[in-house]
Design a protein around this ligand. Sequence first.
Ligand SMILES: NC(=O)c1ccc[n+]([C@@H]2O[C@H](COP(=O)([O-])OP(=O)(O)OC[C@H]3O[C@@H](n4cnc5c(N)ncnc54)[C@H](O)[C@@H]3O)[C@@H](O)[C@H]2O)c1
Length: 365
Amino acid sequence: MMMRYALIGCGRISPNHIVAAQKNNLDIVAICDVNEHNMKDKILKFRLPASVKCYTDYKQMLEQEKPELVAIATESGRHAQIALDCMTIGHANLIIEKPIALSLADADRIIETAEREHLKVCACHQNRFNKSIQKIREAIEMERFGRMLYGTAHIRWTRDYAYYSRAKWRGTWEQDGGALMNQCIHNIDLLRWMMGDEIEEVVGMTDRLNHDYIEAEDLGIALIRFKNGAYGIIEGTTDVYPSNLEETLYLFGEKGTVKAGGQSVNVIEEWRFSDILDDPEEVKRMFHENPPNVYGYGHTPLYADVIAAIEEDRPPYVDAAAGRRALELVLAIYQSAATDSIVRLPLGECKTTDFTGRFGGAREI
Ligand SMILES: NC(=O)c1ccc[n+]([C@@H]2O[C@H](COP(=O)([O-])OP(=O)(O)OC[C@H]3O[C@@H](n4cnc5c(N)ncnc54)[C@H](O)[C@@H]3O)[C@@H](O)[C@H]2O)c1
């Protein structure tokens, strides 16, 4: 039997979810949005059948449709409450768009509730499924790098007035955070994951240089010391003029150097190992994607994994704990920047609204 699926939030990223659901043969029973126009638009664009019900109230949708899998793609500040309701009212497994929550306490509640209710929760860090990233991860797991020495994540993108004026929640402390929390969290997740997850300390600086109409940062830079002795550098911004430049992930080990690049780490640009297990030119040719936008092709394989995780009763490849680790690292950078100090992990309770007012208010959009 096809798995009953519903989507909550039919905005900018929702097409990736609908396509992933269709390609994975999910039974789309409902879509939900407080904005009816956004729902109608998706029904038409994706030729969703008349059997797909539209709801403006997700609780009603959960009670009436009883989906087994729900994707949450609303503004980030609403993820946690909706996720908790989906699990407790609807007993649904979840794919939660990144970041899974805006506070560590909320992320913990999501993890605890999923465990208690025996439900699967996936954090939607779909870039982990890029062909390039999967190939790099395989090299990590085969220990081809030897000891990891350091890694860097650069995100040099553009987000302009038009982007923020389309959805006023973006760039607010209550519903979003800034460049690091929204645009850069994918690569921040990748860096932490590739470098062994465990972090000793973080020092960061953030600023709002060129977006006085948002509350949060448009530039963040950070240094990380991992528990295994390796170092990390993060540089993420939405200040690049006039269009997205690149998103790169460099990994340096004692026996290997790799660079994933392109607009969103979809391309392997350097592949150098002391072993001769493969031909670097062949690897660069094979593990290469050229998606139409920075969201890439990862939602479809991420959905396939979550469906398999439910069927096989195992954790998803990107579980809620992984989502929490990415969130923790961004919040640690925020805290270091705000307090002008080195922050040691694990971080105690911290949330984006702790930084309200940090760069002054925002000019009315
Ligand atoms: N994985 C990715 O690459 C990626 C890319 C873009 C956005 N995102 C994430 O996806 C989420 C949505 O971003 P977006 O750019 O699509 O935002 P958006 O503003 O375009 O869409 C959000 C939608 O959620 C709806 N909504 C709000 N509250 C609701 C509620 N209570 N019930 C039902 N619907 C509700 C809004 O009406 C809107 O249509 C954010 O968390 C963002 O960080 C992820």
